[in-house]
Design a protein around this ligand. Structure first.
Ligand code: PLP
Length: 462
């Protein structure tokens, strides 16, 4: 064994302790650190070490060169994109995932996939989904959407008497994927799947909304020859708008389509009795995307893909090999997702659900919603700001009341950068900012700090 490696092995418990201390220090500093450090000058890449100096020296080098440049995205005032943190239990689960280093994809060594199936069952209960949905873990909502639309593609083949998985996507002819305000990852998925970004057919949304107009969708489906795919959106990133899912599902009486729902973070509305109606109807989806590294607050990367047609999923993703055995009625995970080998990704979700249960996660969701509403109220009470949409769930979409030019919004973001992080967008043609609440640590004290920082920045750039 390499001498440095052998020395590390001999003192592994000490090294893990040192790493634990480094992690605890980093987490203890989340409140005080700049939420996003000012961009410094980029480091010159160092050459590959010929001989290493061990874990302790690597840790010191990381803490010196890289850690100061990392953002406090695990903390309570990183409100950009839709960003979750990691609950204590989720972090513990993630550490043990690496420690056990399982490749949990088959029944040969089945505890990992049994644990994943138990966790999927808990998630199904959390989101009020019926037993008809099976689920698999993937790396994020983009991969969940891609997997769901791959199953949709195979369903189109079934309707037309061909199998895209066997014969290629050309056997389908022109495919149409109808959606009101789809997330950008839908177009990426269609590109990956060979259906093409051009297969996306935009359907008008309701006036002043990001939710699809069901009557317009009805008409668009009537104009579509043959079976189609509808992507319903349950929680858009700009304004957290929800399509009327029951109304869309009811269109199946008249039209032939696969219903894929992107509920990346919107599915978590189901945890709040006051907001659960927003996600009503997600169970009717043929495939459903839910992100876990957002509002479940597990570390990157984690999402779940639910579907009612596991048979079609296995047709797409089966990985036939002499040593893997037949598919059977309960295909191993290796036959269900784009990955073959994968980490025991479910363990962090298992830990946080085991540790806090439905009520613990409900509290996080409801507190984040209350924070979003409070920020919305503070900004609408400040004449320098204007809300562009009501706060429906956990996102505040706002802009400067006067002259909301992109350069002024950029200056505003720069002025608040150390205190709060929000991301730019354009909503209904107006340059805007979004503050998204999905971290388990965020409290009303953070809302006050964020509002004060935004107010001060708006004065500064006036
Ligand atoms: C975040 C998000 C995605 C993409 O998720 P990743 O985890 O970044 O892959 C897709 N759809 C919606 C609605 C999202 O909010």
């Amino acid at each position: 064994m390499d001498r440095t490696l052998a020395a590390d092995l001999a003192r592994l418990p000490d090294l893990l302790d040192a790493t634990r201390r480094a992690a605890a220090d980093a987490l203890a500093g989340l409140e005080a650190r700049p939420v996003v450090p000012p961009p410094g000058k980029p480091h010159e890449p160092e050459p590959l070490p010929e001989h290493g100096t061990g874990t302790e020296a690597a840790l010191a080098a990381f803490q010196e060169r890289w850690e100061p440049r990392l953002s406090a995205s695990a903390g309570p005032r990183y409100l950009g994109f839709v960003t979750g943190g990691a609950t204590p239990a989720a972090l513990a689960g993630d550490w043990l995932t690496a420690a056990h280093d399982q490749n949990s994809n088959s029944a040969f060594d089945g505890a990992g996939q049994d644990l994943e199936r138990e966790t999927v069952g808990w998630l199904r209960a959390l989101f009020h989904l019926s037993e008809a949905h099976s689920g698999t873990f993937v790396s994020g909502a983009t991969m969940s959407n891609t997997t769901g639309l791959a199953i949709a593609r195979e369903w189109l083949g079934e309707r037309l008497g061909v199998s895209p998985a066997e014969d290629g996507v050309a056997a389908l002819g022109r495919v149409r994927v109808l959606s009101g305000a789809p997330h950008s990852s839908i177009a990426k998925a269609l590109s990956v799947l060979g259906l093409g970004r051009g297969s996306l057919v935009p359907v008008p949304t309701l006036p002043g909304r990001e939710a699809v107009d069901p009557a317009a969708l009805d008409r668009a489906l009537a104009d579509t020859p043959g079976p189609a795919v509808v992507v319903a959106n349950a929680g858009t990133v700009n304004t957290v708008d929800f399509d009327d899912l029951p109304a869309i599902a009811a269109l199946r009486d008249r039209h032939d389509f696969w219903l894929h729902t992107d509920a990346a973070f919107g599915a978590f509305a189901a945890l709040s009795p006051d907001h659960a109606h927003l996600a009503d109807g997600i169970d009717a989806s043929d495939s459903l995307c839910v992100d876990l590294h957002k509002w479940l607050n597990v570390p990157y990367d984690s999402a779940v893909q639910f579907t009612r047609r596991r048979d079609l999923q296995a047709r797409v993703f089966q990985n036939a090999a002499a040593y893997l055995g037949p598919l059977g009625d309960h295909p191993d995970l290796v036959h269900l997702t784009p990955e073959n080998s994968h980490r025991l990704r479910a363990l962090a979700a298992w830990f946080t659900l085991r540790a806090y249960g439905r009520q613990g996660h409900r509290e996080i969701v409801e507190r984040d919603i209350a924070c979003a509403r409070a920020l919305g109220e503070r900004l609408s009470g400040d004449p320098r700001f204007r809300l562009l949409a009501p706060v429906r769930l956990n996102v505040v979409c706002f802009t400067l009341a006067e002259d909301p030019a992109p350069a002024r919004l950029a200056a505003l973001r720069e002025a608040v950068g150390a205190e709060v992080f929000v991301t730019p967008t354009v909503y209904a043609g107006t340059p805007a900012l979004r503050a998204a609440f999905s971290n388990w640590r965020t409290t009303q004290a953070d809302v006050r700090r964020a509002a004060e920082a935004l107010g001060a920045a708006a004065r500064e750039i006036a």
